[in-house]
Design a protein around this ligand. Structure first.
Ligand SMILES: [Zn+2]
Length: 204
């Protein structure tokens, strides 16, 4: 059996804190920390400084919920971006992936997750009221739902489509198509597939 006393206290504490990251778990925490410790000391401290800076300066955009280092993100504050088109994503990194394509000219809305009853995540845990407010406030023409193409992402898309249609019958609701493989993740999708899935979006 491993003698717990042999693990230095700072490592124990760091591991404990890292397991606070959802889905990370003990193994993920260990992999991260021990790889970090393996780096030369100067590189290690650069990594830590960058993490600390991100942790201390990044917040959610007050409008769309994307991670930003300002009150209102550069997308929402860009007058060239149309607020009448909202692309709904689960997390900021999904929006960043779509932005890389340099095609979409509307704004985003970050739900902060997806409906996952087995994990106890229900619609009230997501930023849905804000979305409805924005649809009304900006007289939105189209809501493009870009939740991930998996069971929960689909269920979330259908839930949102129904809700939006009932409140705002004139708003077009569309869903990115299956240029993306079922079960894949938007944040790691290849650019061509992602671009096709947005271009070929279908009405819900
Ligand atoms: Zn924003």
């Amino acid at each position: 059996m491993q003698d717990q006393g042999t693990i230095p206290e700072p490592i124990k504490t760091a591991l404990e804190k890292l397991t606070l990251l959802p889905t990370y778990g003990e193994r993920g925490a260990g992999r991260f920390l021990y790889n970090l410790l393996k780096l030369p000391e100067d590189v290690r401290s650069e990594v830590v400084k960058a993490l600390e800076r991100a942790a201390n300066t990044i917040k959610r955009c007050a409008e769309c919920g994307i991670y930003t280092d300002r009150e209102i993100c550069i997308l929402c504050s860009n007058p060239k971006r149309s607020k009448r088109f909202i692309c709904v994503v689960e997390e900021s990194q999904d929006a960043f992936a779509i932005e890389k394509l340099e095609r979409y000219t509307g704004v985003y809305h970050v739900l902060g997750g997806r409906i996952a009853p087995l994990e106890g995540i229900s619609p009230k845990d997501l930023s849905i009221d804000n979305l409805l407010e924005r649809i009304e406030k900006h007289k939105v023409k189209e809501v493009i739902i870009a939740t991930n193409p998996n069971t929960e992402g689909e269920a979330t898309a259908n839930y949102l489509a129904k809700l939006i249609r009932s409140r705002f019958p004139a708003v077009k609701v569309s869903r990115i198509s299956y240029g993306l493989q079922f079960g894949s993740l938007i944040e790691v999708a290849d650019e061509l597939s992602l671009e096709k899935s947005i271009e070929n979006r279908r009405s819900l």
